[in-house]
Design a protein around this ligand. Sequence first.
Ligand code: SF4
Length: 475
Amino acid sequence: MSATFLGIPPFPEAARAAVDDSRTRHNLRRATHTIRDKRASVVGELNDDWQLLRAEGAAVKEHTLRHLDRYLEQLEESVTRAGGRVHWAADAEEANAIVTRLVKATGETDVVKVKSMATQEIELNNALAEAGITAYETDLAELIVQLGDDLPSHILVPAIHLGRAQIREIFLDQMAEWGTPAPPGLTDDPRALAEAARLHLRERFLRTRTAISGANFAVADSGTLVVLESEGNGRMCLTLPQTLISVVGIEKIVPTWSDLEVFMQLLPRSSTGERMNPYTSTWTGVTPGDGPQEFHLVLLDNGRTDVLADTVGRQALRCIRCSACLNTCPVYERTGGHAYGSVYPGPIGAILTPQLRGMSSAVDEALPYASSLCGACYEVCPVAIDIPEVLVHLREEVSAGRGHLGEKALMAGAEAVFSSSRALGAAQRAAGLGRNLVPGHLPGTAGEWTDTRDVPDVPAESFRSWWNKRGKGQR
Ligand code: SF4
């Protein structure tokens, strides 16, 4: 059984421990700033076209989500016509049962995996392990996490919290347990580490006959699935085995092949800071004598239709998992991904996880507060998800559940006061008169603010009052 997020405390507690870890903070800062700078450079090349592409990406996703029922049926027909089989999974348990049954039917006990957030979300590896099936991760960062019995901390680079010396130790300690051992004398040179992983994985690719993947996109009109990657491990898994099982969230659909053009420009630039990623694999059903001869598509709901019903929150389903919001978030940079208690960390995790899980625990209720609402995530999001808007919306839900006045109501009150000179003057006079009565800790929702901050001292006299008196004296 691999590590699980179960038992991780709510964000404030987990984050407090995480920020004390200076080595992780150093690793994160270096890695996120490198990717962030690369992204800014390649996005900058497109000048104003970037905003047009971004708007187009958002529009395609929004349209697809509005008509998801139609496009899902079209996808099922297209995949079936091309020789694949489609399975519908309402939740994680059902998806895991379907995949386990499909793998067992092949008679295999080992499977290779392409990096996939959907299978992480449903903890497929653990479900397979319970059935006596070993899943081997083949993405380099996922391999590091698996060998280290660790948890992913980033969507794109799950081992971003580890430095190369730590990775070397993991390879030397663990590779032999899982297959080809690390070469003796392995150094922490990135090329040596990559070569060790390549040798370790190669023999696995050559002898494993069943593969499991996710997909970045599923094209409804052709039934084509698309995986973008950088290492070639995906291409190996998608072409060499006899059986391929792809677990895909229902929001990954795009209507037509030509819609892909937009995302092929948005995703590599936003994720790895490249104009185009090194490997883009597409497959449509099965082709006799070429690639896997059996293809299963497991379409996963697992809370997505509930998210779709929320008119504000559903924009989270536009996400193409690029990680740009993580790389730019000042909170993520300091806490790292584990503190979010989910495979979806960072700003997108703070809005997606509680919605997918139905705000069902203290961990979920804390996530919408894991943000300073600075808006940097919205600025970089290639599909223009207004993450701060959804965060405030979810905070309202949490406040309502606790019987507190919501943040929106407090903001509306503040707006009424600040937009009227007379109301502001009256509020300042009242605050000055009652200054000795202001408690150090405010009640209700405001208490969540004063939990971590001091209430500022209220001056006996406001600037406005002082200015008015001064003006009268001078006249
Ligand atoms: S929310 Fe936007 S920026 Fe963040 S991972 Fe998703 S698509 Fe990328």
